[in-house]
Design a protein around this ligand. Structure first.
Ligand code: NAD
Length: 455
């Protein structure tokens, strides 16, 4: 049996799932709506500034030596130094890291923080590595990157399968290589006692909550004005997904399903998120949580719910399964979970998608707050961080919804126009992703021209 024997598999095979190609397709859709963008500038904005590929040896616990491949891509420095997480995953590729770096550029522009975009990754399987091996991989990767990262050039952060501990090793390695300087701003997402910001560990999930609440309050989703009683399904129960599940629950939503890499759990009446977190901590998976029905990750995407939060990997909602999504709103906590073919299906079906570069920008926004606190040698209160985050998220949502209304031909913007458009879904020719990218690309292009093409 070949991989294209079923209609779903054939359709998936027909779709180009290379994240870099997907990022470029998304940009092509948006750039049509950015006035007076010169062709040469378009090429510049699409193309990463540089891709660093490293091969480095690491001694394993059993005394053997393995060679690992790591990448660091700087996509843009137009609006400030590169900013972007580092992921550890066996499927990391140069194109994936390039795509993620590009999305960081647009995300930082949309959040209106003074960073460009970058991303890093090491091809490895953290589930099969000890803490000591992960520490040696991290130190060697950072040492070999040398001065290609720095507090004012390119600033890493956590991503898939990296965490506060990884960031502490990164800081320590860079600090050892640059003694006598304030090196704290070289990396964000650090433990709080090492200069991390209060609120950073839950910022991505909290940002999703703020974006969703504000979009609903502005009437962006027909028939769904608030989260009270809304049924929510979350794919991925790591940093982004588990925090989103907890905060959406606290905001009055009912969490009907959650999942991780081993599968998912569903409860018609709603799950106890705290119990799911405790179960996951003990068993390394949510599967088997008492009182729930086991579902696959594919089934989770099609459960009956109001809000679907993909919070795991790229390419989860594709042309072949987007038609099964029953949610009215998709809030993308993950980067790149929805393909362009799926975007078309969802738009036609009247499903609103809060795109990744908007929905999950809470993480990089609080990373920016951490960077500012590190430069000032200050520590803001949790309340201050969360208040500033709410303001940033609301402004970004407003900018995107206003552009969405404008691009769909409704002049004037504002809450009334948003609601009007949501009520008349057949008039929606341009989705929120395209509107968000149009805002972001416009901002980056404007600054590029303001600075002047060098020399
Ligand atoms: P994480 O490592 O903390 O958690 C990942 C979760 O996804 C785990 O529960 C894992 O079991 C699950 N998972 C992995 N593969 C899966 C699959 N095929 N199907 C279902 N679940 C799967 O990672 P994270 O930091 O939460 O990142 C998740 C996503 O959010 C990524 O796309 C990442 O780029 C994005 N993101 C994270 C942050 C952040 O601050 N951590 C910020 C912005 C965006």
């Amino acid at each position: 049996m070949t991989t294209t024997d079923t209609p779903a598999a054939a359709s998936r095979a027909a779709e180009d799932l290379n994240p870099l190609h997907i990022g470029r397709q998304q940009l092509d859709r948006a750039m049509k709506h950015v006035p007076s963008l010169k062709q040469g500038l378009v090429e510049f904005l699409k193309c990463p500034l540089r891709t660093i590929t490293l091969c480095f040896p690491v001694e394993m616990d059993d005394g053997s030596v393995r060679t690992f491949t790591g990448y660091r891509v700087l996509h843009s420095r137009v609006r400030g130094p590169g900013k972007g997480g580092i992921r550890y995953h066996p499927d990391v590729t140069a194109d994936e890291v390039r795509a993620l770096a590009g999305w960081m550029t647009w995300k930082c522009a949309l959040a209106d923080i003074p960073f460009g975009g970058s991303k890093g990754g090491v091809v490895c399987n953290p589930k099969e590595l000890s803490q000591a091996e992960l520490r040696r991989i991290t130190r060697r990767y950072i040492a070999d990157l040398g001065d290609n990262i720095g507090p004012h050039t390119d600033i890493p952060a956590p991503d898939l399968y990296t965490n506060e501990q990884t960031m502490a090793w990164i800081y320590d390695t860079y600090d050892a290589m640059h003694p006598g300087e304030n090196n704290r701003p070289v990396v964000t997402g650090k433990p709080v006692d090492l200069g991390g910001s209060l609120g950073r560990s839950e910022a991505t999930g909290r940002g999703c909550l703020e974006a969703t609440r504000h979009a609903l309050a502005r009437g962006a989703v027909k028939g769904l004005a608030s989260l009270t009683g809304a049924r929510v399904a979350v794919q991925g129960f790591g940093n982004a997904g588990s925090v989103a599940a907890r905060l959406f629950r606290e905001a009055g939503a009912v969490i009907v399903a959650v999942s991780d890499s081993q599968g998912g759990v569903f409860s018609e009446r709603g799950l106890d998120v705290k119990a799911a977190l405790e179960f996951k901590a003990r068993h390394d998976t949510v599967v088997g949580l008492p009182g729930t029905k086991t579902v696959t990750n594919a089934e989770l995407l099609s459960v009956s719910c109001d809000v679907l939060i993909p919070a795991a990997m790229e390419n989860q909602i594709r042309g072949d399964n987007a038609g099964q999504v029953k949610a009215r709103l998709v809030c993308e906590a993950a980067n790149g979970p929805t393909t362009p073919a799926a975007d078309d299906v969802l738009r036609r079906n009247g499903v609103t998608v809060i795109p990744d570069i908007l929905a999950n920008s809470g993480g990089v926004t609080v990373s920016y707050f951490e960077w500012v606190q590190n430069i000032e040698n200050e520590q803001w209160t949790l309340e201050e961080v969360n208040d500033k985050l709410r303001v940033k998220m609301q402004r970004a949502v407003d900018a995107v919804l206003d552009k969405w209304v404008e691009l769909n031909g409704l002049v004037g913007g504002g809450p009334a126009a948003t609601g009007q458009l949501a009520e008349n879904r057949h008039k929606v020719a341009v989705d929120l992703r395209t509107a968000a990218l149009a805002v972001a690309v416009g901002r980056v292009a404007h600054v590029a021209l303001e600075r002047g093409i060098w020399p």
